[in-house]
Write a protein of this length. Structure first.
Length: 192
């Protein structure tokens, strides 16, 4: 959760705080952060005041709408080209794997993953600290094979990811320490 989310969860409903939370429809007029395609299907003539991270999350959805106002946008590339429904399905699958990871029916999957991994003496690195990174961390933890480092383009000094040191991508470190790198992202696949 981000700070503004925490404010709405803990502070916005306090009776002694002079703050008014808008109803659902009023809030929709301001902005939608996720699942924009579904919101638009419910209100086809709707256009929000703002659209957060439209170029990262919903480029294919917003591109034709923005171009109707005379702007020319480049064709989508990489992750931008993935349709919003596919991203939503990816999110669902990720949550399902996270939820069911401890279920006994995943023993075969974990056994296949164990076969894929290098010998226990070789250190593992994880590339990506997003939702796929969490799935990979949970699967590795179930096998007792925690990575020694997590690489992420958004790493900040002193931050950890699931109690593992997080660093900016470092190719020299990968080579020098002969790290076995598990890619857990699709955002920067062309760089890896």
């Amino acid at each position: 959760m981000r700070w503004e989310d925490l404010f709405f969860v803990f502070c916005a409903t306090l009776p002694d705080l002079d703050f008014h939370v808008p109803d659902f429809m009023t809030a929709l007029d301001f902005s939608v952060g996720t699942d924009i395609g579904r919101a638009y299907q419910r209100m086809p003539q709707w256009m929000p005041f703002g659209c957060h991270a439209w170029n990262k999350q919903d480029y294919c959805f917003w591109k034709p709408m923005i171009e109707t106002y005379g702007y020319r946008l480049p064709e989508p590339q990489g992750r931008q080209a993935v349709h919003w429904r596919q991203r939503r399905l990816d999110g669902y699958v990720t949550q399902r794997v996270l939820r069911d990871c401890s279920n006994s029916r995943y023993a075969a999957m974990l056994a296949r993953l164990e076969d894929f991994l290098p010998s226990k003496g070789r250190p593992i690195a994880l590339w990506g600290a997003g939702q796929y990174g969490r799935v990979a961390m949970n699967l590795l933890a179930a096998l007792g094979r925690n990575p020694v480092v997590v690489f992420d383009r958004n790493a900040m000094a002193g931050k950890d990811f699931e109690h593992v040191k997080m660093l900016l991508p470092n190719y020299d470190m990968i080579r020098q320490q002969h790290l076995f790198v598990i890619i857990a992202t699709t955002s920067h696949a062309e760089e890896i």
